[in-house]
Design a protein around this ligand. Structure first.
Ligand code: HEC
Length: 99
C-alpha cells in the first residue's frame, strides 16, 4: 500500500485522468478551475463528488444546468443563484462532454 497512492495521485496530476483506484471517497479531487472549491464544498454535502466525473461524459452545459437545478429544487441543495452560476461555469468548463 505504501507508495501506491502517491504514485496514483501523481498519475492523476500528470494526466488529469481518473484512475479507478481513486474511486475511494477521500481520494476524489476535482480538476483545477475557478470555483472548484465551491463546487466541491456544495456538491459533496449529500453524495460523493464521484458523481461529477461519472456524469461528465454525458453532460454538456445545459445538462449540468439541469442537474444543478434538480439538486436545488428536488433535493433542497443549499446553493444560491450566484453560486449555481459559478458552479455551472466550473462544471461546463472542466467536466462537460462538449463545450
Ligand atoms: C441536498 C443534497 C444534494 C446536494 C447538495 C447535491 N446533490 Fe446531487 N444528488 C442528490 C440526490 C438525492 C441524488 C439522487 C440519488 C442518488 O443517486 O444518490 C443526486 C444525484 C446526482 C447526480 C446523478 C444524476 C441525477 O440527476 O440523479 C448528479 C450528476 C449529481 N447529483 C450532481 C450534483 C452536483 C453537481 C451537485 C452540486 C451542484 C450536487 N449534486 C449536490 C442530492 C444532492
Amino acid at each position: 500500500m505504501r507508495g501506491a497512492l502517491p504514485g496514483a495521485l501523481l498519475l492523476v496530476a500528470l494526466t488529469g485522468a481518473w484512475a479507478p483506484a481513486l474511486a475511494d471517497e477521500d481520494a476524489i479531487q476535482l480538476r483545477d478551475g475557478s470555483w472548484r472549491d465551491l463546487t466541491a464544498a456544495r456538491c459533496a454535502i449529500c453524495h460523493s463528488l464521484d458523481y461529477i466525473p461519472g456524469n461528465a461524459p454525458v453532460l454538456d452545459r445545459v445538462g449540468w444546468q439541469k442537474v444543478i437545478q434538480k439538486m436545488r429544487d428536488r433535493f433542497g441543495a443549499p446553493i444560491t443563484d450566484e453560486e449555481a452560476q459559478e458552479i455551472l461555469d466550473y462544471l461546463a468548463g472542466s467536466y462537460a462532454a462538449k463545450p
